[in-house]
Design a protein around this ligand. Structure first.
Ligand code: G3P
Ligand code: CA
Length: 338
């Protein structure tokens, strides 16, 4: 069985023995590239999102950080999923056909299978699937749903193997809702990060959330860096206020387009400059290779799009295709034409 398959299977995490002569964490190269390349949900351009195999692929493609979105199980285990509704990204409908239910989440009625109704053992019996029907499903039903603990263990293993530090960029999903039902995300999140040695502001960690209250609570509990995610229509007027509890903002790529409605405008540095003036980093989501996600002016070239955002001064990009983002950054650094 390959190392990758061992990592992906249900059951206890498998950590290969550290080879003799491997660097300790203190000896790893700590210089991250700039702008940061963040493996958005792992490597969903190639493998089902939020799987250990996907995170590993992102690191192998050169990502500086990997990005686990976090939800929680009935018995309080953080697991990596973009949504707590599991039907969209796993085979849960086939494994537990009778467990479909309807819940009201943030004022919306949603039907499906929810992580908070399942034990970790039950979640571990599921397998991940490609979320977008426009991408290959050839790797569906191969990989288990990882716990946050397993993701952090994987990062440590990959750091030793690669000889470089690898950052972790967890996102709390629906933290207010989970608080309401007695399954708070913050405590297990900070406890597991602390257990893995992540505590200080210079640790290679960003915790992100769309929910300001969640970030304000985290700001009181940790020195780790925090990022306020913002939807395109939701940009704050007072960035200085955001800077009182966060270290950066995570914005949709359309937020920098001068003609966001048509999607063909130029990338403007204005918001980036304002955020920098307020002392905030700017990370931009989400870059995808497929032409349907690119403004028509790029003629299907995702590298050209990324370079425009790099030129606008952004500090990091979330990409489904870390290899493409790394290539764009390398070409720009070397001054090479595509
Ligand atoms: O976290 C940055 C970006 O991932 C936010 O969007 O929906 O992909 O989690 P989403
Ligand atoms: Ca995310």
């Amino acid at each position: 069985m390959s190392f990758l398959l061992l990592l992906a299977c249900a059951g206890p995490p498998v950590t290969p023995a550290t080879p003799v002569g491997s660097p300790s964490t203190a000896e790893l190269s700590t210089s991250f590239g700039h702008p940061l390349i963040i493996g958005h949900r792992g490597a969903p351009g190639y493998l089902p999102e939020h799987t250990l195999a996907g995170y590993q692929r992102a690191v192998e493609m050169g990502a500086d950080y990997i990005e686990p979105d976090l939800v929680i199980t009935r018995d309080g285990h953080l697991v990596a999923r973009h949504e707590h509704e599991l039907g969209g990204s796993t085979n849960v409908a086939e494994v537990f056909p009778d467990r479909r239910t309807t819940r009201v989440i943030e004022g919306r009625s949603v039907s499906g299978w929810f992580s908070e109704d399942f034990s970790l053992a039950e979640v571990k019996s599921l397998r991940a699937r490609q979320v977008l029907d426009t991408r290959s499903s050839e790797h569906d039903d191969l990989y288990a749903i990882p716990t946050f603990q397993e993701v952090l263990d994987l990062v440590k293993t990959l750091e030793v193997q690669s000889g470089r530090r690898i950052g972790v960029y967890p996102e709390t999903k629906h933290p207010g809702y989970f608080d309401e039902i007695g399954l708070s995300l913050e405590e297990p999140l900070l406890e597991q990060l602390t257990d893995h040695g992540y505590q200080s502001a210079d640790a290679p960690v960003f915790i992100q959330s769309f929910e300001e209250a969640n970030l304000r609570e985290l700001d009181k509990k940790t020195n780790l860096r925090l990022v306020q995610l913002l939807r395109p229509g939701d940009l704050p007027k007072d960035l200085a206020s955001v800077a009182t509890y966060a270290d950066g903002i995570g914005i949709h790529k359309s937020s920098l387009l001068t003609e966001a409605v048509s999607g063909v405008g130029a990338v403007s540095p204005e918001l980036v400059n304002e955020a920098h003036a307020a002392g905030l980093l700017v990370h931009v989501y989400t870059f995808r290779d497929e032409p349907r996600y690119l403004a028509s002016s790029y003629a299907g070239d995702p590298v050209a799009e990324l370079k425009d955002y790099f030129d606008a001064g952004v500090d990091g990009v979330f990409s489904d295709f870390s290899d493409t983002a790394v290539r764009a950054r390398s070409q720009r650094e070397s001054g090479a034409e595509p």
